[in-house]
Design a protein around this ligand. Structure first.
Ligand SMILES: C/C(=C\COP(=O)(O)O)CCC[C@H](C)CCC[C@H](C)CCCC(C)C
Ligand SMILES: Nc1ccn([C@@H]2O[C@H](COP(=O)(O)OP(=O)(O)O)[C@@H](O)[C@H]2O)c(=O)n1
Length: 244
């Protein structure tokens, strides 16, 4: 019963956290303190990182991951109902879309939240694969856009929409955030990491994620699907389901 209470409480807290994060950036965008495009990217980075960081709040029971999954699930429903126009939520649209059109909620943000849902259910905090995939999608891809949009004048020869510095930012931030989150979960005792091998493997995983993010396939498949999928595949091949 205490575990149910703890998991229920954690679910409410993290749901409130997600709502507050979006509201906060709506207020900042509203007051022109943050540009709309930057707001989306910062929410893109923070929601993934804070969500992962909140996982230890949940108990060690086997049903804990299902409680944690409620948060992305609710946001999935929220994005669908507002994206399809059943209701309107200016705050949500302003803080997570490029041009402020509600239909945009059904692309990047929706894919992102579905990936969070899958990662929580399939990998949770017991495997490095989910941790690394989420780090690459939220940290790596998020910083690629923040840095690339601002400093990315030298475009990639094979993809004029992306730049060298954006891809470098993706590699570096994806690698660092993955290492940080693996340390976090190993320090809390959820996974064991053999760092002598793990760092080398992380370099390869970050490289794969960066390559996938910068090739033009992103016109067909959204980054929020291609980057985590590629990361899961390479991380699975290199790490298996343990962190050694
Ligand atoms: C802005 C987002 C994606 C944009 O993707 P892209 O088009 O730039 O590639 C992310 C959408 C965020 C969503 C509305 C809220 C997700 C909250 C998350 C499930 C839980 C966060 C909890 C934490 C405590 C803040
Ligand atoms: N590797 C990369 C990735 C993004 N970027 C920059 O970030 C922009 C992509 O931002 P976006 O918000 O349209 O991307 P998504 O929302 O599709 O993730 C590109 O237009 C580039 O200016 C870059 O320069 N290099």
């Amino acid at each position: 019963a205490s575990m149910l209470l703890r998991d229920g409480g954690a679910t409410l807290l993290v749901t409130a956290g997600a709502y507050s994060l979006v509201r906060a950036f709506d207020a900042l965008t509203e007051r022109r303190l943050v540009q709309q495009s930057l707001s989306r990217k910062v929410v893109h980075v923070l929601s993934g990182v804070f969500f992962m960081a909140s996982w230890p709040l949940f108990s060690n029971s086997t049903s804990a991951r299902f409680f944690a999954a409620v948060v992305p699930f609710l946001n999935c429903v929220r994005l669908l109902t507002y994206g399809l126009g059943f209701y309107s939520d200016e705050a949500l649209v302003k803080s997570v879309t490029r041009e402020g059109k509600r239909e945009e909620l059904l692309r990047g943000p929706l894919y992102y939240v579905i990936v969070l849902l899958i990662i929580v259910l399939v990998f949770w905090r017991d495997s490095p694969i989910g941790i690394v995939s989420l780090s690459m999608m939220s940290g790596g891809d998020g910083f690629a856009d923040i840095v690339g949009r601002r400093f990315g004048s030298l475009k990639l020869p094979f993809n004029k929409k992306k730049s060298w510095v954006g891809s470098a930012a993706m590699f570096i931030s994806g690698f660092l955030l993955s290492a940080l989150m693996l340390s976090y979960f190993s320090w809390l005792g959820y996974i064991h990491v053999s760092w002598d091998q793990a760092l080398g493997k992380l370099v390869l995983v970050a490289l794969a994620a960066t390559v996938v993010e910068c090739i033009p396939v992103t016109d067909v498949v959204d980054d929020n699907i291609s980057v985590p999928l590629a990361t899961m595949l390479v991380a699975f091949l290199l790490f298996g389901n343990t962190a050694n």
